[in-house]
Design a protein around this ligand. Structure first.
Ligand SMILES: [Zn+2]
Length: 224
């Protein structure tokens, strides 16, 4: 028996003795185990679902006093509902941000998420919260940071609902994921019947009038 024939003989013997231990058999098994749908979902999780330390850093950011005030003022959840916040966290991961960069890019990322998902211009309310008193002449700063985010995540700004749901399912009890927008502020209601089209930018300095539809201003982590 030549060397090649001997090698082939040995390989066959190994296959027969340890069918689950060889690379070929393991690959076949993996392919059998994961359906295309499961494979797609696994890839999505690997790509977009933040690691525990990333989620923890994001939740710590939401406890920042200024951001807490912003979230509380957006009591109707028009610009910071749970899906928009989950998009921001997805952006952070896609852009491979360091956790110490999260604060810098929070408002620009939220602005971008609103640009992608919302038809109304409520996102303009983000300017004064991000830029302070001089927001009118410094708007380009926010646009610049938003553009940087877009570049860093390869212009992949679209986040589907399934990804948001998967992210929220990692920490289902966190108050950020309880920010469910009411149907009367959603596009399920025709624009002519909605009451939120009369919009002015208020910033941190002007307390908004209570919304008679929601009837109360919720604190950011207040249970509904
Ligand atoms: Zn409302």
């Amino acid at each position: 028996m030549g060397i090649c024939a001997l090698g082939k003989h040995l390989l066959t013997a190994i296959h027969q003795s340890f069918p689950g231990r060889t690379g070929e058999a393991t690959t076949r098994k993996r392919k059998k185990e994961l359906s295309p749908e499961e494979f797609r979902k696994r890839k999505k999780i690997d790509d977009d679902i933040p690691q525990p330390e990333e989620r923890a850093a994001f939740f710590t950011l939401l406890e920042d006093e200024h951001i807490q005030s912003f979230l509380a003022r957006d009591s109707c959840l028009k610009i910071s509902d749970k899906y928009l916040l989950a998009m921001v966290l997805t952006y952070f991961r896609r852009a491979n941000l360091r956790t110490e960069e999260y604060r810098t890019y929070f408002f620009p990322s939220l602005f971008l998420a609103n640009q992608f998902e919302e038809e109304e211009l409520f996102r303009w309310e983000i300017y004064p919260w991000a830029l302070g008193l001089m927001w009118m002449i410094e708007k380009e700063q926010l646009h610049h940071l938003r553009n940087q985010m877009l570049i860093r995540m390869g212009f992949k700004a679209w986040v589907d609902r399934e990804t948001c749901d998967l992210i929220m399912a990692q920490d289902p009890d966190h108050c950020a994921w309880k920010r469910e927008r009411k149907v009367h502020h959603s596009w399920a209601i025709r624009q002519c019947r909605r009451d939120d089209v009369d919009f002015t930018i208020k910033g941190p300095w002007i307390t908004p009038a209570p919304c008679f539809l929601c009837n109360t201003i919720l604190l950011p982590c207040q249970e509904e």
